[in-house]
Design a protein around this ligand. Structure first.
Ligand code: S3P
Length: 448
């Protein structure tokens, strides 16, 4: 389903602070993987806390189209009747993945090993995103994939190819590429190994192990042998640290704030946002740390505090890769300069997050200098203004937080894609203390 997302905007009045106890929606990365691995497992997989956002619903719809019987989602519960590694069926039409890069890249690996052909398409943003990073190693494994000359979707994957295992050193630190190759490796002859240049999120590895699949993990390297079996399991999806990040930043920058974010995933490959904010002086405490279904989880207490600028260390970049829009807002509220380098990947996310954030920060009166691989931000005072989020969910939510410290209202255009990862964002933001309205189709009524 395509939409006129540019018509939807957030109107956010300045001031306020954040209070209360919240649970943000389920982790997007884990929700995608729960559907994918549950579908190719033997037997039932029950998922609690599934993210009912557009991206993960796109993945769910794909597996229904591939002949998998799935009940739900209903209040975050999904039951998948796994068909086994070789039970997927040819879809009757192209698979539409909306805005979701994770769906496209992971599914490319999974589809490369099937006996039937598929075509995968996406929205305008997804149709611009680079796919050679997955198609090049998959072709080395024997996959046959067609796409346009720019290396972007739609992708046509020819079925019935016999895949050979690969020993692949990734040139970019990407969990999507790693996961894509591991999924293809399930269907390959021999042992597939992927080496990463820096640690990236390891939900695929953890979940494969939970499904009873043998993996060998050493520092920076994971290997698996094709042709095994996954056994259905129970998956408890923690709240998404990437969604919690907006509220962590909001509570930090808005004086007098005190919030508790419940049951948030704190996988060490995801906590760059906490490490960076703490180094800037944030007051963030992890409470009740526990492990749920192979993933570490905690409740997170955040109180406001004065931040100072830092030079963000390069090793934190892949651990906070989705959180930079929010972190740039924090940097704009810090005393002094914040420097980010080594983050060129931000230029190929749902939007060019370096350029779009720099443009928005400048509109609000902040001195922000984009560089090829990062940004230099001078802390200052937000005035009001109109921001174009370019349909990027995380840009829209980040600037909504900026209003907490702004002098005048902030209007954020092209916000419909917030529903890809955080469908109840406006509602939660209101309850927490932000004066935000979601205007649809140009009318003045807030429509939640
Ligand atoms: C994801 C990995 C990251 C991240 C994306 C989700 C995943 O992408 O930006 O939102 O679920 O594997 P890269 O691995 O390409 O950096």
């Amino acid at each position: 389903m395509k939409k006129n997302s540019f018509l939807e905007k957030f109107v956010v009045n300045p001031g306020g602070n954040l209070q209360g106890v919240f649970r943000v929606p389920g982790d997007k990365s884990i929700s995608h993987r729960a559907i994918m691995l549950g579908a190719i497992a033997e037997g039932l997989t029950r998922v609690n806390g599934f993210l009912e956002g557009e991206d993960t619903l796109a993945t769910l719809a794909v597996f229904k189209a591939l002949g998998v019987s799935i009940d739900g989602p209903s209040s975050g519960q999904v039951v998948i009747n796994g068909v086994g590694l070789h039970g997927l069926q040819a879809p009757s039409r192209a698979l539409y993945l909306g805005n979701s890069g994770t769906s496209m890249r992971l599914l490319t690996g999974l589809m490369a090993g099937q006996g039937f052909s598929v075509e995968m398409t996406g929205d305008v943003s997804l149709s611009r995103r680079p796919m050679r990073r997955v198609t090049v190693p998959l072709s080395e494994m024997g996959a046959r994939i067609e796409m346009n000359d720019e290396g972007t979707p739609p992708l046509k994957i020819q079925g019935g190819q016999s895949l050979q295992a690969i020993n692949y050193k990734m040139p970019v630190a990407s969990a999507q590429v790693k996961s894509c190759l591991l999924l293809a490796g399930l269907y390959a002859n021999g042992t597939t190994c992927v080496t990463e240049p820096a640690p990236t999120r390891d939900h695929t590895e953890r979940m494969l192990a939970g499904f009873g699949y043998q993996l060998k993990r050493d520092t920076g390297r994971v290997c698996l042998e094709g042709g095994g079996q996954l056994r259905g399991m129970l998956i408890d999806v923690p709240a998404d640290i990437s969604s919690a990040a907006f509220f962590m930043v909001g509570a930090t920058i808005a004086e007098g704030s005190n919030i508790l974010l419940e049951h948030v995933g704190i996988n060490p490959t995801r906590i760059g946002v906490i490490n960076i904010l703490r180094e800037m002086g944030a007051d963030i405490r992890l409470l009740n740390e526990r492990e749920v279904g192979g993933e570490p989880v905690a409740d997170i207490r955040v109180c406001s505090s004065q931040l100072h600028g830092i030079e963000i260390s390069r090793e934190q970049v892949p651990l906070a890769i989705d959180e930079f829009p929010a972190l740039f807002i924090a940097a704009a509220c810090a005393e002094g300069q914040t420097i980010l380098r080594g983050a060129e990947e931000l230029r190929v996310k749902e939007s060019d997050r370096i350029q779009v954030m720099a443009d928005g920060l400048r509109t609000l009166g902040i001195v922000a200098e984009p560089t090829l691989d990062g940004m230099v931000i001078q802390g200052g005072q937000f005035k009001g203004g109109v921001i174009n989020s370019y349909g990027d969910h995380r840009i829209a939510m980040a600037f909504a937080m900026a209003a907490l410290c702004a002098k005048e209202p902030i209007i954020i255009e092209d916000c419909a894609n917030v529903a890809t990862s955080f469908p109840n964002f406006v509602n939660l933001a209101q309850v927490a203390g932000i004066d935000i309205k979601w205007q649809k189709n140009g009318d003045d009524d807030a429509d939640l």
